[in-house]
Write a new protein. Structure first.
Length: 294
């Protein structure tokens, strides 16, 4: 067996989805599946069961992955050590708030001054940045930090709030409700909500917020594309719960929620990576850039 096969197996175990694991590893799904099949043939047992409902880890698969996890951590540490003083990789997950707050180009300008860094941006809507931070597929994420109850082992993560924004109900500009000064949670009863894919962190955070305020969700439109969500909103198919910056960026109306709810853009990494020079330097740059913006 090869180290690549072991790391591929761990990626599938974390996501329970071959396509998602392949995207995180920047390989094709057929290539990943072939490597897993070869590994299972050599081991003489199945690691995963493929069903019509998804992927399940077998008992032997759990045992294999538990034994493999220290190897993955050692490999990541080995890469970090041998790269010191040479070209280093920085893999950054970017949430939608980076774009709506018009930070992306400023981040690129900062990185242009650090040619020693090979940078990868991961921008897929609904991507599970937190699983990728744990696995080492990402070094840091710029996104909304979910409530601690939704994040397993939340103490493993370090986070700094860059921008804090009030949550609003986003509507088409010609919607009569756009003239309201505030939008109460109880007014959302019966509304169609536009949100991310099922069981993504965005979806789980929405459900958490609704439970807090006693709101029973009616109908949902889901998409992994912010553009698609905004097209649905403009055509009157539903409303979005999001920050004012989304409204400004996408040209829609925003009415503040009552009682007030805030959502932040956070700089997030694992505690063990917080002191890495390239991560700490970018964090300080963004904190200074965002100071006073909310």
């Amino acid at each position: 067996m090869t180290l690549t096969q072991v790391l591929y197996a761990l990626a599938v175990e974390e996501r329970l989805n071959f396509s998602a694991a392949a995207k995180a590893l920047f390989v094709s799904q057929p290539a990943l599946s072939l490597q897993i099949k070869s590994l299972e043939t050599e081991l003489g047992y199945q690691l995963f069961e493929r069903t019509t409902h998804g992927v399940a880890v077998t008992k032997r698969g759990h045992e294999f992955c538990e034994a493999a996890r220290p190897l993955s951590a050692d490999w990541t540490e080995f890469q970090r050590r041998v790269r010191d003083g040479a070209s280093r990789t920085l893999r950054i997950g970017l949430g939608a708030r980076v774009y709506s707050n018009r930070l992306f180009r400023k981040i690129v300008r900062f990185l242009d001054k650090h040619p020693e860094l090979d940078v990868t941006f991961v921008t897929e809507a609904g991507h599970d940045f937190f699983a990728d931070l744990r696995s080492g597929s990402l070094d840091l994420a710029l996104d909304r930090l979910p409530p601690p109850s939704l994040l397993d082992n939340a103490d493993d993560f370090a986070s700094w709030t860059l921008i804090d924004e009030p949550q609003c109900i986003l509507l088409p500009v010609d919607d009569p409700r756009a003239a309201q000064k505030e939008f109460r949670f109880d007014e959302l009863h019966g509304c169609t909500i536009i949100t991310g894919l099922e069981n993504t962190m965005e979806d789980r955070t929405l459900k958490f917020l609704c439970r807090q305020h006693g709101l029973a969700l009616n109908r949902l439109y889901r998409s992994d594309s912010m553009k698609t969500n905004m097209d649905l909103l403009r055509s009157g198919k539903g409303v979005i719960i999001g920050p004012q910056s989304f409204a400004d960026y996408f040209g829609v109306a925003a009415v503040p929620l009552e009682p007030a709810v805030s959502a932040s853009l956070d700089f997030i990494c694992l505690n063990k990576n917080a002191a890495r020079p390239e991560i700490a330097t970018l964090r300080r740059y963004l904190q200074k850039l965002c100071a006073g913006r909310g």
